[in-house]
Design a protein around this ligand. Structure first.
Ligand code: COA
Length: 166
């Protein structure tokens, strides 16, 4: 298993991965492909977002790829926190393809992402999940997450917030 940066060679795999999510909006949303947009343009737009387009936080995106060259997960690592990320988004967002869940991949993916936040010099990493996301909460606790106060969004969604000290 390894992390790979998005590039043209992953186009087919990325599309196949996305198809498994059916109507669900993909997490992280940075990997959502829009119909009719060429992959080259998606990559350009992703690079612009990573570089901070429109007041965005700097970020880096990776695929988690298995030994059969199949994408099993995706992760978006934010290089810092703004108000929204501090309350809701956290430093790291991740998802695993539906057919590969409950095999420990998210726990592994978050541990790999933490090596990258280490390299960025982030010593307290915020990771969040919705109150009903038992699987994601377990992934965070597996990686040393210590729960802080929850945040309730204006429409009532409760976000659980965990800090991982490095
Ligand atoms: C949440 C998600 C990332 C978990 O991925 P995963 O690869 O299945 O997680 P893991 O296999 O590492 O599981 C970690 C733990 O959670 C438990 N778990 C995972 N999914 C679960 C579920 N739906 N219900 C209850 N427990 C669950 C596992 O049994 C495991 O428990 P253990 O550590 O005690 O053995 C995956 O379901 C997903 O992509 N969901 C949609 C996107 C999303 O919610 N992303 C997170 C945003 S905060």
């Amino acid at each position: 298993m390894r992390l790979e940066r998005p590039s043209l060679k992953w186009e087919k795999e990325h599309i196949a991965y996305m198809k498994e999510w059916d109507e669900d909006r993909m997490t992280p949303s940075s990997f959502q492909l829009q119909e009719g947009i060429p992959y080259e343009l998606y990559l350009e737009e992703l690079a612009a977002k990573e570089a901070g387009l429109g007041n965005r936080m700097l970020s880096t995106n990776y695929f988690l790829v298995d030994n059969d060259e199949r994408i099993v997960g995706m992760v978006n690592i934010r290089h810092g926190l703004n108000d929204y990320l501090r309350q809701v988004g956290g430093h790291i967002g991740y998802g695993i393809r539906p057919s590969e869940r409950r095999k420990g991949y998210a726990t592994y993916l978050l541990s790999e992402a933490l090596h990258i936040t280490d390299e960025l010099g982030i010593r307290s990493v915020l990771v969040t999940c919705n109150e009903d996301n038992i699987g994601s909460a377990a992934v965070i606790v597996n990686n040393g997450g210590v729960e802080d106060e929850s945040f309730t969004e204006p429409h009532g969604n409760v976000v659980r917030r965990f800090w991982i000290k490095r």
